[in-house]
Design a protein around this ligand. Sequence first.
Ligand code: NAP
Length: 238
Amino acid sequence: MDLAGKACVVTGATKGIGRAIAEALAAAGADVVISARTSSDVERVAGELSAGASGRVIGFAADVSRPEECLGLIEEAVGTLGRLDVLVNNAGVGILTSIEDLSVEDWQTQIDTNLRGVFCCVKAAVPHLKSTEGWVINIGSLAGRNPFAGGSGYNASKFGLVGMTEAMMLDLRHSGIRVSIVMPGSVNTRFGGDYPESGRDWALGADDVASAVLHLLSYPDNAHVSRVEMRPSRPPRK
Ligand code: NAP
């Protein structure tokens, strides 16, 4: 796939799924602004991804749970790359524990990062995406349709993200912007304190999610895949 000349932003791109998406976009020739909160990681990963990229990879630290930093990220990306074609809202946190142990602050952190952060990034990006007839791709989760014990904050954020993404899609398709959500099941990353080395070979890889994102971008102008659910093909039996 040739994405030369396309300008992309990927949030939460220093690790796991976001890093794999940024790497795949850059390998396809796109210019990519990668972002996360930890500026040392952002600089390091931008350097690492630049090495194998045909497009430019630029790092900019931002915390998507802060509305002003979402705006700053999009303005920085457009200022540096001159346009915006693809916004991938991937940054997310999971604080998975029973409601009895989940503090109001930890509940709010998940909503502010996984839900309000996406709203703020999309809102800042819409004027720029209108002029390129671009894409918004939100990384949701099967936790956005399947509740589980310990998920009262995470499920709330991801269920909300499904509804919000679909409403945004209905708003923005008339402006030529395609809005999609990719909803993976278990992915072998360090999300929520899981460790790839702890026998999760059965799970999806971050690269599998990146492939789905690139697939969405491959459709012609008249077609739009608005929701992708993906899951490990052979999870352990419960
Ligand atoms: P991960 O390995 O923990 O990486 C998360 C990335 O997001 C890091 O780069 C992190 O860097 C960044 N981040 C966290 N909070 C942020 C904030 N407030 N502002 C900006 N960046 C932030 O997670 P992952 O597994 O790749 O998950 C990525 C997305 O996929 C999340 O939305 C998650 O809900 C979703 N997902 C994951 C799985 C799974 O099983 N792993 C399954 C379904 C969906 P800093 O900490 O430096 O900010």
